[in-house]
Ligand binder design. Sequence first.
Ligand code: PLP
Length: 393
Amino acid sequence: MNEKRDIYLDNSATTRCFPEVADLMTGLFLEDYGNPSAMHHRGVTAERRIAGARKILAGILKVKEKNICFTSCGTESDNLAIIGGAMAMQRKGRHLITTVIEHPAVLEAMKYLEVQGFEITRLGVDRDGLVSPEEVAAAVRPDTILVSVMHTNNIIGAVEPVEEIGKAVKAANPDTLFHVDAVQGFGKAQIFPRRMNIDLLSVSGHKIHGPKGTGFLYIADGVRLVPLMHGGGQQGGLRSGTENVPGIAGMALAAQMLYKNIDADREKLFAMKNRLIERLGAVPDIVFNGRTDETAAPHILSVRVRGVRAEVLLHALEDKGVFVSAGSACSSNHPRPSETLKAIGVPSAEIENSVRISLSVMNTMEDVDAAADAVIEVVPFLRKFGVFCSLGG
Ligand code: PLP
C-alpha cells in the first residue's frame, strides 16, 4: 500500500496549530496552570501570560492593550460586538446595517436582534462580492447604531474595502459603530483599526494556527458594550469566566509568528494560489467565483466545476488524500446554499458545483501541484460517471 501524505487545503475551516504553539500550551497546561485571578504566585504567573498575549496582539493592531477582550471564538467575538453593541446603544437608535455575504456568526446575531425589535438593513454586493462604501453611506441614518462588514469573505476570499467603508460610515454618522469580522483576514493582511475607523474587530485563534476555543474582540476607546457573559467580573466585567490562559498565550504566539513573516507569507500564498488558478483554469468548464487577482485574499480560491457536485468532488479528492470543502455550504453541519455565491450571481444550477480550496503557510507548492493533479484526474471521470464512479483510490 502506498503511504499517502494528507494534503490539507481546508485552512479557512480551521488550521493546524504551529508546533511552537502546541509546545507552549503543553507547558502551560502542565506547569503554569494557575488561575489568573488568584493572588498567589501561580496566579500572578498566569496573569503575566495574559498580559504578554495582550501586548503582542495590541502591538500587531497598533492599539492599546486594554482594547483587547479575549473570547472563546470568532462567533463569540461577533456576537459580543453586535448584540453587546446594540444593547448598549439602543437609546440612540435601533437600526443596524450588514451585508448578505457575512458569516452566520454575524447574520444570526442580526436575526436575533431583529426578533428583539431592531431593524436590520442587509446590503448586497457586486459580482466580485464587494460591498460599495457609497451604498453603505447611503444606508446610514441618524438612528443607525452599528454597521458590520467582514474584512475577508470566507467563501470566495473577497477582501472588502473596509477602510473606505469606515470613512463613509463615520462621515454619514460619527456615532455609528463600525464592526469588522476579521476572522479570515487577520494573519493574512495588515489591519489597523484606528486608521480604518474600526470600533470593533473580531478575530478567531483557530484560523491562524492557534488553538480552537480562542478568539478576541478589539474594542475601541469609549465604546460601551453590554456583556453577554455574567459572573466573576473578569476582563473588566465585560467577559466573565476564567481566562483560557494556554489558549490565549497560544493564539498570541501564532499571531506573532504569522505577522513576523507576513509579507513573505502573502507572497508564498499568492504564488500557490496563482499556480492553482493557472492549472485548474486550463480545465474546460472550470471557472472561479470572485476575483482571481491579488486584490482578493491570498489563501482562498472558490472553484466551480461545472457538471460535478461539490460533495462528490470533495470525496473523490479525499480518496486521494486531498482535503477541501464544499464551497456552497456556509456550515457543513447544516448545508444550505451559500448566500455569498447567490449574491454574486452564480446561477442556481451551478451553486452546488463549487468547492473551496484554502491554503496556509504550512502548505507547499508540492501540495498544490498534487491537488491540481488530483482535480485534473478525477473531474473527467466524475463528469462522465458522476457519483457511481470509482477511481480506485
Ligand atoms: N467569521 C468568519 C468570516 C468565519 O469564517 C468564521 C469561521 O469560519 C467565523 C466568523 C466563526 O469563527 P469561529 O469558528 O472561531 O467561531
